[in-house]
Design a protein around this ligand. Structure first.
Ligand SMILES: Cc1ncc(COP(=O)(O)O)c(C=O)c1O
Length: 417
């Protein structure tokens, strides 16, 4: 969750209050940027303005040609959310009202961010395994998805070296998802800092940080917002929403936060497509926000239930020889690597050969009555995804069936595995 500050009248100038003392005047002189003292509002704005200058401001020409709507009702609604107590600050992110755009789900936020920032031929860097929609959305925006594979041995985390190797003059957007769907991995701060080093060296590159699973993080793992790293606010479009933290998927509410220039472009797209998010859903979201920091006790209880399920699934998977696992630290998915279970020589006794992950998933449905998703959809051909958004009882039954279906007497692993 991020901090909203300073309700700005649309297009109006912000009233500046310097914290140096009553009546102190904070003049926008560049020399103040070197100060190690906390920035007052105007200094921060000035710094952002200077940094924004260094960022490639290109907007997709098709979007730049759209006429903006005159009714920016969302700004008012965002302001009302702030007035009703939504101004919590707990991840180091700080945005003005017109630097946030509320949409019909984070999916729409991501789509609009891609459409706003990517021009035809631009490259969108996506670490794999990825959430299914990223490459498709990049392609629909006319950009080229550049997929960076990661392995369970790497904790499904993309290294700075891999990012650096993928950079080209067309690199426009890096999509980070932490905690991740489908891997459950959580980027540690040191790794995000290393990635930020690469971003710093490539002025054209922006980062879309999808943090929709922010609250579902299992201690000692900690969520860190990319935009809160030094110098990254200007380079980052942060996406979040209510579907996961508050289990409000059907309410369709998400948001994009970032530098005004890009958020304005996204809002231009929205004004010509869905106008705004449902006001009913926004009132429901207010109730969710009023549960307290990080969703208060109800969300803490939900996260604890997820952790219990995750621990059970991981423990059972670890009893199956051949399963390769990176233990998830967040979200509600486990993505075991199962390549030992299909390919030449792999066979389910009494069922038949298992040439690939599709056949493997079919076997699990037919033999164990358990439905899991083949990893192919997430750019992880040798994995399966298990979602634990179900009761502990149901999941325990399902896992027991999987363990039995893959027991050494019931299943022969791939030759050489
Ligand atoms: C990683 C990720 N980002 C975004 C979304 C979209 O969420 P919303 O329901 O807010 O559109 C999802 C939904 O599954 C997701 O897993």
């Amino acid at each position: 969750m991020m901090h909203l500050h300073g309700g700005l009248p649309a297009g109006g100038a912000q009233t500046v209050h310097c914290r140096a003392g009553p009546g102190a005047h904070c003049s926008p002189r560049p020399v103040q940027l070197g100060s190690t003292a906390p920035f007052c509002t105007s200094c921060k704005d000035l710094k952002r303005a200077v940094m924004a200058h260094a960022v490639d401001q290109t907007i997709n020409p098709a979007v730049a040609a759209l006429k903006p709507s005159k009714t920016m009702a969302l700004t008012d609604l965002a302001l009302s959310m702030k007035e009703q107590g939504a101004d919590v600050m707990d991840n180091g992110l700080d945005y003005a009202v017109d630097e946030v755009l509320v949409s019909n789900g984070a999916k729409q936020s991501i789509w609009q961010a891609l459409l706003a920032t990517c021009s035809p031929g631009d490259e969108v860097i996506i670490p794999a395994p990825y959430w299914v929609s990223y490459p498709e959305m990049a392609t629909m925006a006319g950009a080229k998805p550049v997929i960076i594979p990661t392995t369970p041995q790497e904790g499904f985390l993309m290294s700075a070296e891999k990012l650096r190797a993928a950079m080209t003059p067309r690199s426009r957007l890096l999509i980070l998802c932490t905690p991740s769907n489908p891997t459950g991995s959580v980027y540690p701060r040191e790794l995000l800092e290393a990635l930020a080093e690469v971003v710093r060296d490539h002025p054209r590159l922006l980062v879309l940080s999808d943090e929709i699973y922010e609250y579902i993080t299992y201690a000692p793992a900690q969520h860190h917002s990319f935009g809160a790293l030094p110098g990254m606010w200007e380079r980052t479009l942060t996406v979040n929403g209510f579907s996961k933290a508050y289990a409000m998927t059907g309410w369709r509410l998400g948001y994009l936060a970032g530098p005004r220039h890009f958020v304005k472009a996204a809002s231009t797209i929205q004004s010509q497509s869905t106008s705004g998010a449902s006001s009913i859903a926004q009132h429901a979201a207010l109730a969710a926000l009023n549960l307290g920091p990080h969703g208060g006790a109800p969300v803490a209880g939900m996260v604890e239930a997820f952790r219990e399920r995750k621990d059970m699934i991981v423990a059972k998977l670890r009893t199956i020889p051949g399963v390769n696992l990176a233990e998830p630290e967040g979200a509600f998915y486990v993505l075991p690597e199962m390549s030992a279970f299909f390919g030449p020589g792999a066979e389910a006794v009494g069922w038949g050969p298992v040439p690939d992950s599709d056949a493997f998933c079919r076997y699990l449905i037919e033999k164990a009555n358990v439905a899991v998703v083949p990893g192919e959809a997430f750019g992880a051909e040798t994995c399966i995804r298990i979602s634990y958004a179900a009761s502990l009882e149901t999941l325990t039954t399902a896992m027991d069936r999987i363990v039995a279906a893959l027991a050494p007497g019931a299943y022969r692993l791939r030759t050489g595995a």
